[in-house]
Each structure stands twice: as C-alpha cells, then as structure tokens.
Design a protein. Structure first.
Length: 437
C-alpha cells in the first residue's frame, strides 16, 4: 500500500471535468464519466536482468547484446526516471480528507521496471504496454528538444496507469488528467458507460500520442506560468483532463449535455486554464509528429485539431462577443450535441481558439518545429509576468493574445505579420483600440 499525504490551504480540492470557479469539491464528474472499466493484466515478460546466468551477471547489458548468441535481444530504452520519478500500474486509487489533511491512497499497484526486454515490446492489453505508450511520446519530445527544455528546471512527475477510482456504483473511466498539486499524470481505464460502446472506436486514450504529450504540456505551463500563490491554492490547476464533450463524443449525433461549468464567479484562473489548454494542444502538435491529425476521437476530431479552423458543428474558431459572453456566464448552460452546438463554457473550446490562431500565424512563417516551440516557451514566460499583475478574466484572455504577439516580436518575426488581422480573425472581442475599425 502506498499512501501520499498532502497538506493544502483549502478545505477541499477540485477534481472535475473543468474549472469549477468558486465551487471546489473532491470529485464532481458527470455521469457519463463513470462506468465499468475494461481490465488490463500485468505482463508475463521479464526483465533481461532477471534472466541472466551467473556467468553473464556482471556484464553490462550493452556487452551482452553484442555477444553472438545474444543478438536476438532488442535494445529498448525504457528508462524515464528523469521525467517520471515513478510509474504505478493499476491498483485502486482513493482520496479523502481526515482532520483537515488531504490523503491519497493507492493500493495494490505495481511499479514499472526500468529494464530491457527479450522481446521488442510488451503484450497488448497490459499495464506495461499502456505505460510505454504514454511514456514514449514524452521521451521522444524531451530528447528531441532537450536544448530547449533542459534549462526550464521542470520537476519530475508520477505516472499512474489505469488505476481504479471508485465513484458511486462504478469507476471513473475514459479520461486522462494532470494534477499540478500532486505532480502527476493519470490515465484512467477504458470503460463502458450504461452499456454503451467504448468511445474512440475502442482505442484507449493512451494509444493517442496527442493525449500524453498534451498532459505533459500542462506540466510545462504550470511550471512556467503560475505564481507561487497560484500553485498553492489554484483550484483550476488541481485537475486537468483531456476531454472535450466526452458526454456526446461517444454518440455525438444524439446526446445533449450540461455545460462543464458549475455556477459561480468566473475568475482569471478560468481564463488561464483555457489558455493552458490551447498551449497543451499546440505543444502536442509541434512536439511529436505522430500527435498530428486527430482521428476517430469524436468531437475532438475537428474541435481540437489545430489544422481545422472550425469546430465539429461548423462554427468558426473565433472569440467574439457572443462566445465570450457564454464563457463568462456564471450559470451552467444547456447545449446540444457537438454536431449541433459548440460549448463555449468549456475551457478546452476557448483553448482551441488560441491553439488554432497561433497555428495559423506560425504556419505563415517558414520555421522549424524547434523554433515554434521556442516561441511557445517565450509566450509562457511573458504570460507569467502578466499573471502576476492581472486579476480579471477578460484581461487575462487579452494578455494571452498580447503576450504571444510579444513573443513573436521578441523572436524577430513581428514585422512579417499583421497584428490586427490576428485579432480580426480570431479575437475580435479582445481587439485593442489600434485594431478597432
């Protein structure tokens, strides 16, 4: 049994589908996030280190692989210890408060071994295969862009793979999230909800590279943008998931949904989380080529794909007065299925506007992905300064645009672009006086 204890400054912690403004609860999932999980199994394959004979036990693994009789062994680097301090497979995850102390308990899990395998990979439908599917995109990203990332002092994370999280009569399923407070990324199990088919054509979220790199993008955003006060008390950062219209992306032509926002005052942290979502989508796109072209992901197929200028229902990705009013509305709204309506109260939707806008802008420049990522990191550093001085949600949204523009100027690209056209096409409601016709 592994117990993690966290002292926090608020009475409870937000673990929800989206920021809950002034309402902070331990868990508040929509019904369709709870179902019957599809079980995984532990791999029967053993680490090569456990298969060595006494005669070869002292030889380095690379030497073993070069020996004639050992060439059948395929070398794979499964060591991710500089990114994740630990990777936990399975188990039952629960959290609760006891005497004002937040306690998270993970029972019955196993740790992923950092080792070499006799086979090239683990078997399908195992915890180990799921873990490697999550880890590989992040490892590839970090290795390719080490010259950019090594100077950021990013803290290590814990990865939890398909833990069972009880909720009512079922378990939380079909989701993934980043917790900045606990410094962890969690991929929940696949599952069936009310007897329905498993979403995304039965493909688990850990098989979509965009998802794991998106969640790691949240970590980079939090480390570079949030102030110390935000990191301590920001409820919006306690839970970051990857779902967009999960209720109706399963059967997206039939289901209406309730907005992801609960009643309450919308704060600058809500706006910051929306920009966070946009950054994470962009990072996943530029950071790892297999993350591109979101396919078979329900509503997200268009709505979260930066290459599309429209949402799933055909709405243009733009932040106008009507859409901003919906986002700032403190009352939850009823919206239709995603092929009919776009839910502008969802931070992922607002984030998708930012992601599309900057994808469009950066596409006009002949830049490598590395240079684009440098611009994105510069954007976050500028946003950190704005976050210290801004308190209103609309002002923070506007800062998200101005700070990106400043990063383009700082990197020498401002003269090649038309600032006012960016506002006109994507952020008309935030246009500065210089861009108002």
């Amino acid at each position: 049994m592994k117990n993690l204890v966290f002292l926090i400054l608020v009475s409870v912690i937000s673990l929800s589908c989206a920021p809950k403004a002034n309402r902070i609860v331990i868990k508040d999932y929509r019904k369709t996030s709870v179902g019957v999980p599809i079980p995984l199994k532990y791999s029967s394959r053993k680490c090569l280190s456990t298969l060595r004979s006494s005669a070869t036990a002292s030889l380095p693994m690379t030497k073993l692989l070069s020996m004639g009789t050992k060439k059948l062994y395929i070398l794979r680097d499964y060591n991710y210890s500089d990114i994740f301090s630990n990777t936990e497979l399975g188990g039952t995850l629960s959290d609760y408060f006891e005497n004002g102390v937040y306690i998270e308990s993970l029972e019955g899990s196993q740790s992923l071994d950092n080792c070499l395998l006799q086979e090239e990979s683990y078997e399908e439908d195992t915890y180990e295969d799921a873990a490697i599917s999550i880890l590989v995109p992040i490892r590839e990203f970090k290795e390719k862009y080490s010259n950019i990332l090594n100077g950021l002092s990013l803290r290590e994370l814990t990865l939890k793979v398909a833990p069972l999280e009880p909720q009512g009569e079922g378990y939380l399923v079909n989701n993934a999230y980043y917790s900045g407070r606990k410094l962890e990324i969690v991929f929940l199990p696949q599952g069936s909800v009310d007897g329905s088919e498993v979403p995304f054509g039965g493909v688990p979220l850990w098989k979509f590279p965009m998802v794991s790199l998106h969640e790691y993008g949240h970590h980079i955003f939090r480390e570079l943008v949030y102030t110390d006060a935000d990191k301590d008390i920001a409820p919006d950062d306690s839970f970051h998931d990857n779902k967009l219209c999960f209720d109706n992306s399963m059967v997206d032509e039939e289901h209406n949904i309730t907005s992801t926002k609960s009643s309450g005052v919308i704060t600058k942290m809500t706006s910051l989380t929306a920009i966070n979502e946009g950054f994470a989508d962009l990072l996943a796109y530029y950071g790892y080529a297999p993350s591109r072209k979101i396919i078979n992901m329900g509503c997200m197929t268009k709505s979260r794909d930066v290459e599309y200028g429209i949402f799933y229902n055909g709405d243009k990705k733009t932040l106008n007065k009507k859409n901003l009013k919906s986002f700032l509305n403190p009352t939850e709204m009823k919206v239709g299925a995603c092929n009919v309506d776009t839910n502008y109260q969802d931070v992922h939707i607002i984030g998708a506007i930012y992601a599309r806008a900057w994808y469009d802008v950066l596409s006009t420049l002949s830049l490598t992905d590395s240079k684009k990522i440098r611009i994105l990191i510069s954007w976050l550093k500028n946003l950190n300064s704005s976050n210290h001085s801004i308190s209103q949600p609309t002002e923070l949204l506007a800062a998200g645009v101005e700070d990106m523009w400043d990063s383009l100027v700082q990197n020498g690209y401002g003269q090649r672009l038309d600032k006012c056209s960016v506002y006109k096409n994507y952020f008309p409601v935030l246009s500065p006086l210089e861009c108002v016709e």
